[in-house]
Design a protein around this ligand. Structure first.
Ligand code: ATP
Ligand code: SF4
Ligand code: MG
Length: 357
C-alpha cells in the first residue's frame, strides 16, 4: 500500500516521554557520598530550554547551581557522584551516554563559561594556543587557520590588538579580559548550548555590563540556548527570558522573567527580590532580606527546606514542617513549590511584599 511518509509516521506510537525541547532536564539528582554523609547537591531538578532562549538559574551560594551545570556537561563522572535522572540535549540522552560521547559534545555542541576564568585556562599556555586547541579538537583545520580564528574570536569579544594579545599568557590579562578570552574559547566552536556560570562576579560594573551585552549579542547571532547562573537577580533581569529559582538543590519557583519580577509567588523568591540593591529607596523602607543562612545539603530540613527561614512558615504549618512541597503550576508557565494556597500567596505579594520592594 502506498502511503505518504507522514501517514506512516502517524501510525508509529509516540513515546510519551519523547523530549520536544532542545534541552530537557528531568528529575536530575546529583549526590556526593562524603565522610560526613550524603551531600544532595541537586535533588530532583526538572526544566526545559529552547534554542534562542536564555534561562537564568538563581539561588544563594551552595544551592546547587554549579553542580547542575557541570552535571549537564557530564563533568561529574569519575568524581564518585551518584547521578540519576535524564538530560536530553537535542534529542540525545546524556546521563546514560558514554563519557567519550559526552566529551565529544562538549565544546562542539555545548560549552561553559566558568565562574573562575583561571580554573578554565591553563596558566602555562598562551591564551591563543588554548583557543586554537579547543577549536582544533572539533574542527579539521590547519594550525594557521585555527590561529586566525582565535584572533578573530578575541577581536569579537573586545580584546584590543588581538593579533598581539593572542600570544599572551592568562596572567598577562586583566580579570575582565580573561573573562572575555574564556568566552572566546567557549564560543569558538559555536556551541548550541552555552552555560555561563556567574559570568560577572569579581568584575567591575562597567565590565559586567559589557560581558552581558556580549553574551546577548553572540546568542542572537548563533541562536544558541543560554543558561546564566547567578546569585544576583539583577543579572538575570537584564538577560533572561525565563528564571528558575533554586533552594537547597531543588527548584522552588520557575516562570518567565516578567512574571517573576511582577508576580513572584514563593517566599524565597520574595527574599531574593528584596535583597536586590535599589538606588532610589532607603534600606529601612524595605523588606528585610532573607534571615539566616542556607542549610547544609547533608541535613536538609524536613518538609519545606526553606521553613526555618520563612517569614510565612506559620501560615503553611504544619504541612511545611513535614511535607516537601512539589512544583505545581499556578498559571501557564509559572510553577511554584509552596504549601500556601495560590490566592494567599498572591494576597501576600500584593499587600505585604511588593509595596516594600
Ligand atoms: N565534588 C563534591 N563533593 C561533595 N560536595 C560537593 C561537591 N561539589 C559540590 N559539592 C557541594 O554541593 C553543594 C552545591 O554546590 P554548588 O557549587 O553547586 O553551589 P552553587 O549554587 O554553585 O554556589 P555558589 O553560588 O557559591 O557558586 C555545596 O554544598 C557544595 O559544597
Ligand atoms: S511551604 Fe511554608 S515554609 Fe515553605 S516557602 Fe511556603 S510558606 Fe514558607
Ligand atoms: Mg557556583
Amino acid at each position: 500500500m502506498n502511503r505518504p511518509v507522514e501517514e506512516w509516521a502517524s501510525l508509529v506510537p509516540m513515546e510519551d516521554d519523547a523530549p520536544t525541547a532542545f534541552l530537557d532536564v528531568r528529575d536530575l539528582r546529583i549526590h556526593f557520598p562524603t565522610d560526613d554523609g550524603l551531600v544532595k547537591s541537586v535533588d530532583g531538578l526538572s526544566f526545559t530550554l529552547e534554542r534562542g532562549r536564555t534561562l537564568g538559574i538563581v539561588g544563594e551560594s551552595g544551592s546547587g547551581k554549579s553542580v547542575t551545570s557541570l552535571g549537564i556537561l557530564g563533568l561529574h563522572k569519575g568524581q564518585h557522584a551518584r547521578i540519576s535522572g535524564q538530560v536530553w540535549l537535542d534529542g540525545e540522552e546524556l546521563v546514560g551516554a558514554s563519557p567519550e560521547h559526552v566529551r565529544r559534545l562538549r565544546g562542539k555542541k555545548m560549552a561553559m563559561i566558568f565562574q573562575d576564568p583561571l580554573s578554565a585556562m591553563h596558566p602555562f599556555y598562551k591564551v591563543g594556543d588554548q583557543i586554537v586547541e579547543a577549536y582544533r579538537v572539533h574542527n579539521e583545520v590547519s594550525k594557521k587557520q585555527a590561529r586566525k580564528h582565535a584572533i578573530d574570536m578575541l577581536g569579537r569579544v573586545g580584546i584590543p590588538q588581538p593579533s598581539e594579545r593572542v600570544d599572551d599568557y592568562p596572567h598577562q590579562f586583566s580579570g575582565g579580559m580573561r573573562q572575555r578570552a574564556m568566552i572566546a574559547m567557549a564560543l569558538s566552536c559555536d556551541p548550541e548550548l552555552l552555560i555561563a556560570d556567574e559570568p560577572t562576579t569579581a568584575l567591575d560594573v562597567t565590565v559586567q555590563a559589557q560581558i552581558l551585552d556580549l553574551v546577548r549579542e553572540l546568542q542572537s547571532e548563533f541562536n544558541s540556548a543560554v543558561m546564566v547562573i547567578t546569585h544576583d537577580l539583577g543579572v538575570v533581569a537584564e538577560l533572561a527570558d525565563d528564571i528558575l529559582v533554586m533552594y537547597a538543590g531543588k527548584a522552588v519557583e520557575q516562570g518567565s522573567a516578567r512574571e517573576l519580577f511582577t508576580a513572584a509567588e514563593h517566599p524565597y523568591t520574595w527574599g531574593l527580590l528584596s535583597s536586590m540593591p535599589r538606588l532610589d529607596r532607603d534600606r529601612q523602607d524595605r523588606l528585610v532580606p532573607i534571615a539566616g543562612s542556607p542549610p547544609s545539603l547533608i541535613n536538609v530540613p524536613e518538609g519545606c527546606a526553606f521553613h526555618p527561614r520563612c517569614r510565612f512558615c506559620e501560615l503553611s504549618a504544619p504541612r511545611s514542617l513535614t511535607e516537601v512541597p512539589v512544583m505545581t503550576e499556578t498559571s501557564p508557565g509559572h510553577r511554584v513549590a509552596c504549601h500556601l494556597e495560590p490566592a494567599e500567596r498572591r494576597r501576600l505579594w500584593a499587600e505585604e511584599v511588593q509595596p516594600l520592594l
